[in-house]
Design a protein around this ligand. Sequence first.
Ligand SMILES: NC(=O)c1ccc[n+]([C@@H]2O[C@H](COP(=O)([O-])OP(=O)(O)OC[C@H]3O[C@@H](n4cnc5c(N)ncnc54)[C@H](O)[C@@H]3O)[C@@H](O)[C@H]2O)c1
Length: 341
Amino acid sequence: MKTNIQECNFNSLGEELSALDTDNLLIVVDSRVWQIYSKELEENQPNDKKIYLYKSLEGESTKNISEFEKGLEFFLEKGIHRDSYLVAIGGGATSDFAGYLASSLLRGLRWSVVPTTLLSMVDASIGGKTGINSKHGKNLVGAFHLPENVWILEEFLDSLPKEELDSGLGEILKYAFLDKKIYELMDSKASLSQIINACADKKDKVVQGDFKEKGNRISLNLGHTFGHAFEKIYDLPHGVAVFWGMALIFKLYDGEKYLENLRTFEANLNANFGAPPWLNKTFPVEKIMEYIKKDKKKKSIEEVDLVLVEEIGKFKTIKVKFSDIQNKLEQNIDELKSFNF
Ligand SMILES: NC(=O)c1ccc[n+]([C@@H]2O[C@H](COP(=O)([O-])OP(=O)(O)OC[C@H]3O[C@@H](n4cnc5c(N)ncnc54)[C@H](O)[C@@H]3O)[C@@H](O)[C@H]2O)c1
């Protein structure tokens, strides 16, 4: 099955919802998004279907087991049936949560997503990974459940806080190195709109070729191995941490040749991530290693697959022992502390 990815406005979204083959819609909307956009959403909701609206908690706070139970019971109480249709409206946290509800209710309902953050437009809403967090870690409970449609309304970006916008821009920069067409778009300062569409398309293509993440889907992990550690240690938005994770990969493993592109594209996207979070501060190798060793994507207790850029549009992975990563960081620590490319 393939996901249909389509640009919309509030009006055409209403038409798409009306055209769904169901007599009832289960809408899960991020409560912050509802606060800002309830008028537009209500004005355009289909009037030929019964609508059950569930306001999930804002962002990440909704991705837990007790909220999940609340969501399940809310919809089950309404007497839904196998042809009920779920629509998630929110950022990646909402689509992860709502998609997992869709995968579990009555053993699986059809569903679609309206992403409202930049990160979810280019990444989280696409690919069918759904789930919630456990006290043992992020995204540890979930299912693969592909949405039928991703309807992108760029209007949602108007209200997005800067930090959330930066997070999306960091993830977008990653795609420039994985796809020649996106590289060229960034090089020619194409509009954000064109870039969003190209990134969404790229993610969709990668996922179609590797739904269960046994092969090429790992390429999307570029920058994430160090990025996850930086996200926690320096308390950075996810995509910004991925940006610095990528910079470090380019410095230590890719002979620095892509660092200049990274800065140019950052400027072309009107992003400004400033200086590295570790510049003239601590660069806690032990702590970084602790997070890398906890990486969910690691395939063995001794080593991890690092994603590198072989040439623009082509990635490769190398298996690296944790002890080798640690040595490399320790050997370069003085240079890294003052590294401000
Ligand atoms: N399933 C996947 O493939 C995948 C991929 C990447 C990330 N994720 C997940 O996505 C989540 C992060 O998602 P995110 O970055 O989209 O953010 P988010 O969903 O956590 O939302 C961030 C904040 O922005 C608010 N918000 C959302 N849309 C808004 C808008 N238009 N205007 C104003 N405020 C708005 C939310 O209420 C929240 O406070 C994480 O849980 C991550 O694990 C999933």
